[in-house]
Design a protein around this ligand. Structure first.
Ligand SMILES: Cc1ncc(COP(=O)(O)O)c(C=O)c1O
Length: 365
């Protein structure tokens, strides 16, 4: 039985008629930008996460640029960011005028640690961007203790929880992506900045609309980056189901554990105190290319996402760190994502585990 890498269709299927009705309502109302659907979604999203403010923007990459600019990050500044992440986490930094400074990750969690961040801090560091990669949640409070503002790139982690609150409600501000395959996905592009800092929220609100509060006076050189009414309306129908979908992802991870996957590969390790809503379920093996070939032959969806880490990408050459990033190199060399979705069944997990076992690659180390 083939198992897809992810399944965005099945969870949303029962909501399609409600979504169609909402889309129709937006068309009837003829309000498409900065209207009542966005206002309502922002309030509902902030309520879900436990932040005071949410600001809908065009996508998750813009969300990072806007929040950095709102924090006053600019030319001459540095922003610490992991290299083992989707390229956009770092790509969003240079448009502010600041330099990305790459730090390492713990290959067991795929997240930054207080030690890896500390090693990258210099007198020019203006902010630290942690990435809650694959749904795991970096230790924000411990990193905040280093004395700098912490931005959470929570693009992959909406629905994840920690003892200190939800991913997205832990740092100075967080950024979200509603790219269709994300834990909460729009039917197009979308993103948000969330924060409990009123001044920062107001600044992001201005920056997303040309640096203006009232559309008449333009106080800042801003951007044009809004979450549109259609996407906000579609996200409003889905948001009440997010927690159940996140639980489904947690259940999927338990299915893998119960099916004995941990004897065959290194499983992702949740950061202390975190209950990840795994966006991607990423395992590691020293013979990962052989594993990928066996999964392909068995019809099991899989993907090696970040084989070339961000600091080695051609566009990042001028920001390449002088030091080695050993955790990043290890994660890049050994990782592979296997099927994960809110509806991953025990039967599907058994199928994946059987394919891994049949690959006959021996223990992960
Ligand atoms: C970790 C991470 N950061 C940032 C982004 C950028 O989000 P977007 O595609 O909405 O710009 C993504 C996803 O695409 C992501 O996975």
């Amino acid at each position: 039985m083939p198992v897809p890498l992810f399944d965005t269709r099945t969870p949303v299927e029962p909501l399609i008629s409600a979504i169609e009705a909402k889309v129709s309502e937006v068309i009837q109302n003829s309000r498409f930008i900065l209207g009542p659907e966005l206002d309502a979604f922002e309030a509902e999203l902030a309520g879900y996460l436990g932040t005071s403010h949410a600001i809908g923007v065009g996508n998750g990459t813009d969300a990072i640029t806007l929040v950095l600019r709102a924090l006053g990050v600019g030319p001459g500044d540095e922003v610490v960011v992991p290299s083992f992440t989707f390229y956009a986490s770092a790509e969003a930094i240079p448009p502010t005028g600041a330099r990305p400074v790459f730090c390492d990750v713990d290959p067991e969690t795929f997240c930054v640690t207080p030690e890896t961040v500390k090693a990258a801090i210099t007198p020019r560091t203006k902010a630290v961007m942690v990435v809650h990669l694959f749904g795991n949640v970096a230790p924000v409070k411990e990193i905040e203790a280093l004395g700098l503002p912490v931005i959470e790139d929570a693009a992959q982690a909406i629905g994840s929880r920690t003892a200190n609150g939800r991913a997205g409600a832990l740092g100075t501000a967080a950024t979200l992506s509603f790219f269709p395959s994300k834990n909460l996905g729009a039917f197009g592009d979308g993103g948000a900045v969330v924060t409990s800092d009123a001044e920062l929220a107001e600044k992001v609100r201005m920056l997303r609309f040309h640096g203006s509060r009232d559309k008449t006076t333009f106080e800042l050189i801003g951007h044009n980056s809004r979450l549109d009414e259609m996407q906000a309306a579609i996200l409003r129908v889905q948001l009440p189901h997010l927690e159940q979908w996140a639980d489904g992802r947690r259940q999927g991870a338990r299915h893998y554990r119960d099916a004995g996957l941990g004897e065959l590969v290194d499983l992702p390790v949740p950061v202390d105190g975190c209950e990840p809503a795994w966006h991607l379920y990423v395992v590691r093996h020293q013979r990962v290319d052989d594993l990928a070939a066996a999964l392909k032959a068995a019809g099991i969806g899989h993907k090696i996402y970040y084989r070339v880490p961000t600091h080695e990408q051609p566009a990042m050459r001028e920001y390449a760190p002088a030091n080695e990033l050993p955790g990043t190199a290890e994660a890049a060399r050994t990782h592979v994502a296997i099927p994960m979705s809110p509806v991953l069944s025990r039967e599907q997990a058994d199928e994946v585990v059987a394919a891994v076992r049949d690959a006959g690659l021996g223990r992960p180390h």
